[in-house]
Design a protein around this ligand. Structure first.
Ligand code: SAH
Length: 224
């Protein structure tokens, strides 16, 4: 939640990145159409450079996706902001992210939502993310090593599910684990993907297409 930012003084001025660089990122997000102030303030305060390798940290506030190892990428700030904005429209208390990666998206969610779960299939990435989330004292985030194609049955239902890797088709378990009135935000498709929103209303999934996007694929199985 937002108060967490205030409770954690280490969020402010952390590392060498100047506040100006971060402010510039926020100005760009506003130009790109992001309007939710809570999202903008969270992205301004959260040290994005701590979620990439040191050699890349000088590029962390650029409007670009960045490699995080093992062929995976941290999405550009605009996509993180857009997906988070779509999620907050439903005022969720409990959310699930599929594809923890660097941990940045789930840290953003941890600043804005009461209870955050995130699953990742690649254990080395998960362990790095775990350390980052711990260092930032985001105690409301729980990370699990699992195949997100099956959601996270033990913690379901969720008010919102946000998927940061693209399946060809939406896995059924994600629909099933969504609470009534909940929202699933997911990129769908093979090469040309569509960022899609599914709202669960009276047991039915109502789909809205948002915009074309490019994500790494949602793979099968949980590997070491
Ligand atoms: N949200 C991440 C972006 C990660 S990229 C961040 O903020 O950094 C997508 C991630 O999804 C990768 O780390 C990849 O390993 C993971 N992934 C792909 N298929 C998966 C699956 N079936 N279950 C869980 N994670 C998966």
């Amino acid at each position: 939640m937002v108060e967490l930012l205030q409770l954690n003084p280490q969020f402010r001025g952390i590392g060498f990145t100047s506040q100006r660089t971060r402010n510039r990122m926020i100005e760009r997000l506003v130009e790109q159409g992001i309007t939710n102030n809570k999202v903008l303030e969270t992205l301004r305060n959260l040290p994005r450079h701590l979620f990439v390798d040191e050699a890349l940290s000088h590029r962390a506030y650029e409007d670009t996706a960045l490699p995080i190892g093992l062929g995976q990428t941290l999405s550009q700030p605009y996509i993180v902001a857009r997906m988070t904005e779509l999620l907050l429209e439903k005022n969720p208390n409990k959310v699930l992210e599929i594809g923890t990666g660097s941990g940045y998206q789930c840290a953003v969610l941890g600043c804005l939502v009461q209870e955050v779960w995130s699953v990742e299939r690649l254990e080395p990435l998960l362990e790095k993310a775990r350390q980052r989330v711990k260092d930032l004292k985001l105690n409301n985030i729980k990370l699990r090593h699992a195949d997100g194609n099956f959601g996270l049955a033990t913690a379901a239902p969720f008010d919102a599910i946000l998927v940061t890797a693209a399946p060809n088709e939406v896995p059924n378990s994600l629909f099933e684990q969504l609470a009534e009135g909940g929202r699933l935000i997911i990129p769908v498709g093979k090469e040309q993907q569509m960022l899609s929103v599914f709202d669960k209303e009276e047991g039915q999934m109502i789909q809205t297409n948002i915009e074309p996007v490019r994500f790494v694929p949602l793979l099968s199985g949980a590997n070491k």
